[in-house]
Write a protein that binds this ligand. Sequence first.
Ligand SMILES: [Mn+2]
Length: 639
Amino acid sequence: MQRCRFEIPECPPQDVRRLQRELGVSGALAQVLVRRGMSDPGAARAFLAAGESHPPSAFAGIQLAIEPILRNVRDGGLITVHGDYDVDGVCSTAVLLRTLRRLGACADSYLPDRSADGYGLRMHTVARLAARGTRLLLSADCAITAVSEVQAALDLGMEVVVSDHHSPRADGALPAAPVVHPAVCGYPCPDLCATAVAHKLAEALIDSAEQQGMLAAGDAAAARAALREDLDLVALATVADVVSLTGENRSLLRRGLRALAATTKPGLRALMSVARLDPARVDERSIAFALAPRLNAAGRLYRADAGLELILTEDPLRAAQVAQELDRANSERRQVELGIRYEAEAQMAALGDRAAYVLAGEGWHPGVIGIVASRLVEKSGRPVVLLAMDGDRGRGSGRSIDGFDLLGALTACATHLADYGGHRAAAGLEIERRNLPAFAEALERHARSLLGGEQQLPVERVDAILDGSELGMELAEELAALAPFGRGNPTVSLMLAGASLSDPRPMGEGRHVRFTVSSGGCRAKAVAFGGGARLPVEQGQPAEATFALEVNEWNGISEPRLVLRRAQPVAAGAAAPAIAAAPALPALPGAGARDACEPLPAATAGRTASVPAGLVRAARGGPPEQQEHEGELVLFALP
Ligand SMILES: [Mn+2]
């Protein structure tokens, strides 16, 4: 149990009033916009409209990629799309394959196997593809760093086009081939996922094919319509790859979610069916918590190409079979994850308080340890490295906290490692068994020197400070205009002024709790997921608390619902958060019956007994910006 630090950015009242006036939004939404850096009405309006879009020609040099692809389409040369085993890799492969086949290309695909091949384009794959007759190798979601592998492909007589979005090599060397890459090619939205890059490339291919007379006007129109349907795949990958949901990604995801709700792909409909999702209600959370984990599960444990087969199949019966296979693999992945987690938590408890944890186990599944490491970081507030030991070596996966550079830490301990790579927040490593104790000690020493013995407090960024009277259906619906939420655009955190919590009632066999929150003379129903049956702050004691306000649909009824994000007793001597930053707000029209709030009866007795600081996280909502890369987003099970 640990406290958090509330961070409340500046929010000049005149900026809030100007947005209210010019955009006709509530003071609460205006506060959120101002605190997120959109004080300018034009910027705020553009963000809410989510209409940013750029043409494929905004990739500098994309014509260099089009030419060899269309030439091979015309000549019947075999084009192999080389993708990746995660959701983005599978979806980008599917977008390119579907378009190439519609253009009449002779095209197939290759997805690397997580354990046999590892990530990316490998030398042995290049040799195998050359031997089996690939004329053009088109990468999707990989190969921007595969400088020597691309050279090998060229030396073997293949042509190569690279489409990717990963960071290029530190030395700046690029493959000697046409590249379609948002950051490398100066595209205005450098954060596109690989599937969005593939979608832009597909659009350019169709346009050029029509201009060159390879597609009749009617066929080109049909190809464009089909490509618009493939925005469902862009939505899946944009969420699964945890790219920033700003700029064009925001509009791609909004349009993609609509395409997903209406998808005619038998595989995606079957997947929604096994996940018990209503297609009409699919949103970014359904992707993060239900669809992406299933699409990834087979690649983690068994075969990488089940997800691709699912997306491409036109046969509803086969779609249902593969969807079941993925669902079973996902359940198994959860069990495997739970087993590793129990063992790792026991080791953690035995080690006591540490600046960083290195935990190792026999037979741990290398495809799953990264997810477990993420969860242990959340639990401990410390960097965690998990090592799956096998024989005299181990493969590891580490996750970090804000403000601790994990890649830098591994570099500092590199003498004990056989191999390592990654970035600040997540990294992979390999180690020889005999070096394990020395590595654990070196990492602990390094982390302690940087982090000190003090626990790092997690930060909760507050978007708006309200009193209870402002909560209601209107506000819940208005805040939905900020969706879709995810990295770069987290769910809205509302702090209630002068809050106190009361009337706890256990839910879900004591895993969750329902309660009443009182603020500003009003009280509202609220729920806290995943923190047990007890309130994090004793009844009636003044609390600092933040909530998400959602529209909850249940039994055909829509209701506003407060979901607790963080709550802790007001620190001794601390002033209550000033609500003065928020100007007087216009009354919400049509509130009343549908309001989350009802008037508070007189006299709520305040008690002041001290209670250990508590931390509760929303069951489905931990701050999405903390969601994990590697396509793995199941921080919490769906209720
Ligand atoms: Mn990717």
